[in-house]
Design a protein around this ligand. Structure first.
Ligand code: FE
Length: 306
């Protein structure tokens, strides 16, 4: 091939959407009452991906009877926690008298706002019988104007989550936030967010539309694939970040792949505000963090069952 042809081909490729700007590996760490998570961020070298503050993959793991662990009473202020369960059974309680339950495929989108104290624990049945545990928690930052809003829950059962399958049957998507394959999410977000769960069979290609203002990444849950216009490869446990341009993102599971490519595709408009974070509190200034700690210690965020 002539050099000019190579150049022309490269140009054509770059017009076919966003390219990969970086790939990061997850670390393994213990969370809550001692359950293992895979975490692409935050870590020492990479604290956030504006507007996202954290992504944890819980499991997948087989839990023996009596061994299930959760996250007992703890506070949050200033952001949202999004829990998406693929298997398992969890119970949720908070200081405002709210209680809920999450089973396979369900989503809880909790806007902590001014503050809640909550617990996220395995259900009594799951604790007794054990079983397979697999899920995700994503932390979405709130803009300054919403950090002290009244807490709000959106609990969406698996059957209410819009889904779509491509014409060739090789690409399936569940639409938790935003839009994909002509399906619109039922969950409302405070700032524009896309949260999708894709399953792509070998030979399948997903082309996800992403407005220019969004930062976007994919997190590979299982298998592997080719990402972005230049087809960079990434696999299981890796987070793939895309350049902030180009309108769409192409993701392919190559025809010779042995496994389904399962991934989360997450994007949002950056807040571009200062981030002050301390454990479960994420505000804009250190003073607001001190205030959050004080409010929690003085019981102003309440307590469960009080
Ligand atoms: Fe929590």
């Amino acid at each position: 091939m002539q050099a000019t042809e190579v150049l022309r081909e490269k140009e054509a490729v770059s017009k076919a959407g966003r390219t990969v700007s970086g790939i990061v590996n997850s670390i393994e760490t213990l969370e809550g009452g001692g359950f293992l998570v895979r975490r692409p961020f935050p870590k020492a070298s990479f604290s956030e991906f504006d507007p996202f503050l954290l992504l944890d993959e819980m499991g997948p793991m087989e839990v023996a009877p009596g061994q299930a662990k959760g996250a007992p009473d703890h506070p949050h202020r200033g952001f949202e926690t999004v829990t998406y369960l693929l298997s398992g059974d969890m119970e949720h309680k908070d200081s405002r008298g709210h209680a809920g339950r999450l089973r396979a495929g369900d989503v809880q989108w909790m806007t902590a706002g001014a503050g809640v104290v909550h617990s996220e624990m395995p259900s009594r049945e799951f604790m007794r019988a054990g079983g397979r545990m697999h899920g995700f928690q994503l932390w979405v930052n709130l803009p300054q104007r919403d950090k002290m809003m009244k807490p709000r829950y959106q609990e969406i059962s698996s059957s209410q989550i819009p889904r779509a399958t491509s014409a060739d049957g090789l690409v399936r998507v569940r639409v938790i936030a935003g839009e994909a394959m002509d399906q619109k999410a039922v969950i409302e977000t405070r700032t524009p967010i896309i949260y999708l769960h894709y399953r792509i069979e070998p030979g399948g290609v997903a082309t996800q539309q992403v407005p220019d203002a969004y930062q976007a990444f994919a997190y590979v849950v299982e298998g592997g694939g080719l990402f972005g216009a230049e087809g960079e490869s990434a696999g299981d446990g890796q987070m793939v970040m895309f350049t902030q341009d180009g309108g769409e993102v192409r993701i392919e599971n190559p025809p010779d792949a042995k496994e389904t490519l399962e991934m989360l595709f997450i994007a949002g408009v950056p807040l571009n505000e200062p981030v002050a974070r301390y454990g479960p509190f994420v505000m804009n200034t250190d003073d607001e963090i001190r205030q959050a700690i004080e409010d929690y210690q003085l019981g102003r965020m309440g307590a469960i069952n009080s």
